[in-house]
Design a protein around this ligand. Structure first.
Ligand SMILES: [Zn+2]
Length: 366
């Protein structure tokens, strides 16, 4: 087993499926019929399940909700499946959902083929949340051009806005979710996307008749380098937040202002009680830090610009005045913002994952 992140989605998927086989997991693969990878490869959500079909409790571990963030999540899932910690406990099943947004994973994007952020997509599209302040920042966030001079002037203007509005408020406006600017950041779409529909269709089958469900959704890109923060979507007095603290101790709430994440709309963890209405669900996001916020935002701005420009041209933009095509450079920047290829980072994030898994398993099997 290698101790590095996979170089691409196909290799990450291959490692995950091989690990699932070693672990004796039951595997089902669910191809996305609407899209393919950069080399024409199949994109799929793969599910590996260990434990009895009629388990009383199920722990669901999800990677790649945000595409590129799956490099870390996939490595953690794969290592768990092949590691010494695999042990079947009576009445408990472990379900690993690999690459919930396989398009973003394969294309090294946080979003999907329509530039939709899956975790802003779980809203009521008859009345999507309003974020009126985003419109003022939209032309600065994703300008028409993405040359060095434009990047510099627009970034300076954004930093001035952040100085005027306050950092937290600016983070909320930018990352809270918006439904009007497809060529933008944190865009939630106009209807449920394929990964969203897949999750709603398959959620019952993932847990079967279990009365207790734990969910760990793996993310990267927020917080200090290598640090893993547990985040719940409801406020601290909600039963999900109370149970999460009982299971894991330090759990932050995204609505109470104490998390690295701003409050946002359309996170899939917001709908876990709809997905599994008959079960007691305890759901957290495990968010690992990579690089600083500005570097992450610059990568996402580049990703959104590349999407818009590719749509406008009907193909990815070719070399500019400097002789370089922007696509590969932007994808490398996005990868670096969400997956640190330094093996020390993977070493740093593993112990926290093990700790979170063991605590959840002890609670669910107890
Ligand atoms: Zn994420």
């Amino acid at each position: 087993m290698t101790d590095r992140l996979a170089p691409d989605y196909t290799e990450a998927r291959r490692r995950f499926l091989a690990a699932a086989e070693v672990a004796g997991a039951a595997v089902t693969s669910h191809p996305n019929p609407e899209a393919v990878g950069p080399d024409g490869e199949q994109l799929a959500v793969d599910v590996a399940r260990i434990g009895p079909a009629d388990a009383r409790s199920v722990l669901v571990v999800v990677s790649g909700t945000h595409g590129v963030e799956g490099f870390a999540g996939s490595a953690l899932q794969t290592r768990w499946l092949t590691g010494p910690t695999v042990e079947v406990r009576p009445g408990l099943a472990l379900v690993f959902v690999h690459a919930l947004n396989p398009y973003g994973f394969a294309w090294v994007k946080r979003t999907n083929e329509d530039n939709v952020d899956l975790n802003r997509n779980f809203v009521d599209f008859a009345d999507p949340p309003a974020n009126p302040d985003y419109a003022e920042l939209a032309p600065l966030l994703v300008p028409d051009r993405w040359d060095e001079a434009t990047r510099q002037t627009s970034t300076e203007a954004l930093l001035a806005e952040a100085g005027r509005r306050g950092f937290d408020e600016t983070q909320r406006i930018i990352s809270g979710g918006q439904y009007d600017h497809q060529v933008g950041v944190f865009y939630g779409g106009t209807a449920p996307v394929w990964s969203h529909r897949w999750l709603r269709d398959h959620a019952p089958g993932l847990v079967g008749p279990a009365g207790r469900v734990g969910v760990i959704d793996l993310h990267t890109g927020l917080g200090p380098w290598g640090h893993g923060e547990l985040i719940v979507t409801p406020g601290r007095d909600h039963p999900i937040a109370e149970r999460a603290r009982r299971w894991w101790g330090d759990v932050r709430s995204m609505v109470d202002g104490d998390s690295v994440s701003a409050e946002l709309s359309g996170d899939w963890l917001n709908v876990v009680e709809e997905l599994w209405p008959a079960a007691e669900v305890t759901a957290v996001c495990l968010e690992y830090g990579t690089v600083d916020e500005v570097s992450v935002l610059q990568a996402l701005r580049g990703e959104a610009w590349l999407f818009g420009e590719s749509r406008r041209l009907g193909h990815e933009p070719g070399p500019g005045d400097d002789g370089e095509a922007p696509g590969p450079a932007i994808r490398a920047q996005v990868r670096a913002a969400f997956a640190d290829d330094d093996p020390a980072w993977l070493d740093a994030i593993r112990p926290r994952f093990d700790e979170v898994m063991v605590a959840a398993i002890d609670q669910l099997a107890g």
